[in-house]
Design a protein around this ligand. Structure first.
Ligand code: TXA
Ligand code: MG
Length: 332
């Protein structure tokens, strides 16, 4: 695979980490690439800077942020009472698409954790962001770099399209390699619990942790936030179900040419729909994860009136993809 960094968008975008670090030191917003999705980053210990993240995303303050660090030892000032299993998971999967919920120290502003006693932390696996973090003496608070409740960005251009005016700089790290957000694990009486399915499969974690409890509460007000029901949603109505049934319904009412289709691997391009995309022509679930958010954005931008998406096989990253598709479909 060839990776080209810095080719993605306009003048406020590139690979100048000196510039990016300078803006962050001034309390400004910088979008950063990670292996999962792009983050909207600011100094995680500076309350004003953190406030500007919430403002730029129009994100409610009850939805807490993830702190990103470059090294495990940077965590000692941020979290305490770390369970042994958390260390084991960190050592096994970091840098990588895993976020741990751990007891926060007083150094972490309450705003970051939305007043909760635990803060979310991770070491992201992207060389540019790791290098950027190494230049800073503070962690980066970074939610996904999209307006609240919209689809997450997986290229610098996605960030520029929606938040270009709000950020001082976008670090362009190419297309995200995993493509969906990190898996979030917390600990209840030392028992590991999954709060968000994500880019690290449950199967992979369970090989290290043993059986996991899964607790994916859905609702409007997140006790386990990020779990807000109508997250990850395009602006157009999105139906999750049988493509075949929706196609024949649209044939019946003459609306097929304004239907957008997103299939897992089957080719629907000759059926007469307005646009038909495939997540992975070869049926590869990791490729499907990499493509899902870009495909939803493309369908949302196209001249279509509605979108139909089918579920993917429910194993490995397929569970997280289906979770996102479910949430994308429930709002409209
Ligand atoms: O892959 C990712 O995790 C990306 C990249 C940029 O690191 N970040 C990301 O952030 O997806 P965000 O803010 O879009 O989603 C983080 C979710 C929040 O919605 C929240 O539900 C959950 O993490 N979270 C954060 N802190 C929490 C806490 N203290 N307790 C419960 N959930 C928490
Ligand atoms: Mg998000």
């Amino acid at each position: 695979m060839s990776v080209r960094y810095g080719a993605g968008c306009g003048t406020s975008c590139g690979t100048d980490l000196v510039k990016a670090a300078h803006f962050l030191q001034q309390g400004k917003l910088v979008a950063v690439p990670t292996e999962t999705v792009y983050g909207l980053a600011a100094n995680g210990l500076d309350e004003e800077a953190v406030l500007s993240i919430f403002r730029a995303k129009k994100r409610p303050h009850f939805d807490p942020l993830i702190l990103h660090v470059a090294k495990l030892d940077a965590l000692s000032l941020l979290v305490k009472n770390v369970p042994d299993l958390a260390y084991t998971l960190a050592q096994s999967f970091w840098p990588g698409p895993l976020t741990l919920l751990l007891d926060k120290t007083d150094l972490v502003p309450d705003l970051v954790s939305s007043g909760l006693p635990r803060v979310a932390v991770r070491i992201p696996a992207h060389p540019l962001t790791l290098e950027l973090l190494a230049r800073l003496d503070f962690p980066l608070a970074a939610p996904s770099a999209n307006p609240f409740s919209y689809v997450s960005p997986t290229t610098a251009q996605h960030v520029e399209d929606q938040l270009g005016q709000q950020v001082s700089y976008i670090v362009d790290g190419g297309e995200c390699e995993v493509g969906i957000e990190s898996t979030i694990i917390g600990f209840e009486n030392n028992q590991p619990t999954v709060f968000r399915l994500g880019g690290l499969s449950i199967e992979a974690i369970e090989k290290i942790s043993g059986p996991l409890t899964v607790n994916l509460k859905q609702g409007q007000s997140p006790v386990a936030p990020g779990m807000i029901k109508n997250h990850y949603a395009p602006n157009k109505p999105l139906e999750l179900g049988s493509i075949k049934q929706v196609v024949s319904r649209c044939e019946g009412d003459g609306s097929l040419n304004s239907l957008g289709i997103l299939s897992f691997s089957e080719d629907w391009s000759d059926c007469g729909a307005g646009l038909a995309l495939r997540l992975s022509p070869g049926g590869n679930i990791d490729e499907a994860a990499r493509n899902v958010f870009a495909a939803l954005r493309q369908l949302d931008k196209a001249k279509l009136s509605r979108i139909v998406v089918e579920k993917v096989p429910d194993a490995g990253l397929g569970r997280a993809i289906n979770d996102r598709l479910q949430r994308a479909s429930s709002s409209k």
